[in-house]
Design a protein around this ligand. Structure first.
Ligand SMILES: C[S@@+](CC[C@H](N)C(=O)[O-])C[C@H]1O[C@@H](n2cnc3c(N)ncnc32)[C@H](O)[C@@H]1O
Length: 399
């Protein structure tokens, strides 16, 4: 990590941004510490996006209550960035496949640049070759798979790009959990497996599951990623074409209105708020063998919660109330899955870079039906205790 203080820092930063974009190495640019006039704006994240064969930059404006996206050409983006850096935004973090560069501004407005080149970290695996070899053996995902390079997780030499190491761990953990569930539910005996991934986003995990089934288990996968954002759907379909893959497609849609049938595995990772409930409902209704979700945001239950007055000193802190809402929402989801014929576990998963939610609910369909009256009674008691009138998943299952 080198730190340089020169007036040319902004220009250097912009040059690196431009170069990374032109070389196809740009992953993201995050502008934060906003000090401009818009009281609602929190930060802006910039990523490359392919629209009608034009490589543009997608600017995601993150406001307190909503997000807005604007797609710009490189020149236009450079004009804005040169106006914003140091004036409106006091921090800028550039992540490319070869470097991470941070430009921040001191209280006196002095630019401070720190840079971390991935070449230096790339040298380490050779020095610790025996360690990497051991780690490699315990992994579920092979590091040399082409989709990892196309998605920017590995470089052309098959090395993990340092900025993507968390994503690499997440992919591995996800496949490890899925692999156990496929084994438990007997899906390994099937020639073909149908998978729906709701809120597939950039589809790192969607491509990972397709590749794992196809390459490691030699089972024909039929994977559908469902995503609200058309630009991500287009990007992921282009990636599938580029990789020459069969049995994977992406559709634009809202999980709330999507009709799915004959799903073996239903996945919803970090789908926002009640989108998780809609996905679980669809998984249960289509009799999926495996339902895997990692919930994100728990807005529905929180305002309904009533707790005994003895807990008031603990729950006066918003963070505790949020944790309680999360536990109750997900605990009830797990019980509702149990009541609907699934053995369910709730455990720690690896969070995404932009959310600290790290919980997974894994439900595996029971071979034999079981009396669910006790679980239903537990659900009713819990709802009564917390004063909950509405739980989205319960309502969907009753509809
Ligand atoms: C945080 S990202 C997670 C992406 C991916 N599942 C992962 O874990 O890497 C959540 C994605 O869900 C999408 N999404 C949110 N609500 C949705 C809905 N109701 N229907 C479909 N997609 C939704 C968002 O557009 C976003 O791309």
């Amino acid at each position: 990590m080198s730190v340089i203080n020169t007036p040319e820092e902004i220009q250097y930063f912009l040059d690196q941004y431009q170069q990374a974009f032109n070389n196809g190495m740009l992953q993201r640019l995050v502008l934060s510490k906003y000090q401009g006039n818009d009281s609602e704006l929190k930060r802006i994240t910039v990523r490359p996006v392919l629209i009608k064969n034009n490589l543009l930059l997608s600017f995601l404006y993150e406001y307190q209550t909503n997000h807005i996206t604007k797609n710009l050409g490189l020149d236009e983006s450079l004009v804005l960035l040169s106006q914003w850096l140091g004036a409106d935004f006091k921090n800028a973090h550039l992540v490319s496949q070869s470097a991470e560069i941070q430009l921040r501004f001191s209280k006196k407005g002095k630019p401070l640049l720190s840079e971390h080149r991935s070449e230096t970290t790339k040298a380490k695996p050779e020095a610790n070759a025996h360690l990497s070899h051991n780690r490699e053996k315990s992994r579920f995902v092979k590091q040399d798979r082409p989709y990892l390079t196309v998605l920017g997780v590995t470089d052309a030499q098959g090395q993990i790009i340092p900025a993507m190491s968390r994503k690499w761990k997440q992919i591995n953990k996800f496949i490890e959990v899925l692999s156990g569930a496929i084994e438990n539910t007997g899906l390994t005996k099937q020639a073909e497996i149908h998978i729906a991934d709701f809120g597939s986003g950039k589809a790192y995990l969607t491509f990972a599951v397709h590749d794992y089934l196809n390459d490691s288990l030699a089972i024909k996968p039929q994977v559908t990623g469902v995503e609200l954002r058309q630009n991500l759907v287009d990007l992921c379909n282009q990636t599938a074409t580029k990789l020459n893959l069969n049995g994977i497609k992406f559709e634009q849609g809202d999980v709330q209105h999507f009709a799915a049938q004959n799903i073996n595995i239903m996945i919803a990772l970090h789908a926002c708020d009640t989108a998780t409930d809609y996905a679980i409902n669809m998984g249960i209704r289509s009799k999926a063998d495996i339902i895997m979700c990692s919930p994100c945001c728990h807005k529905q239950i929180r305002p309904q919660l009533k707790s005994p007055s003895i807990l008031a000193p603990l729950l006066q802190h918003g963070i505790h109330l949020g944790q309680e809402a999360e536990m109750v929402t997900d605990g009830l989801r797990a019980l509702l899955l149990e009541a609907n014929g699934y053995d369910t576990q709730v455990f720690e998963f690896i969070s995404l870079e932009h959310t600290n939610k790290n919980k997974m609910i894994l439900a595996q369909k029971r071979q034999q039906p079981r009396d669910n009256s006790e679980v239903l009674a537990q659900i009713a008691e819990l709802k009564h205790f917390y004063g909950i009138k509405e739980h989205c998943l319960e309502q969907l299952l009753q509809a």
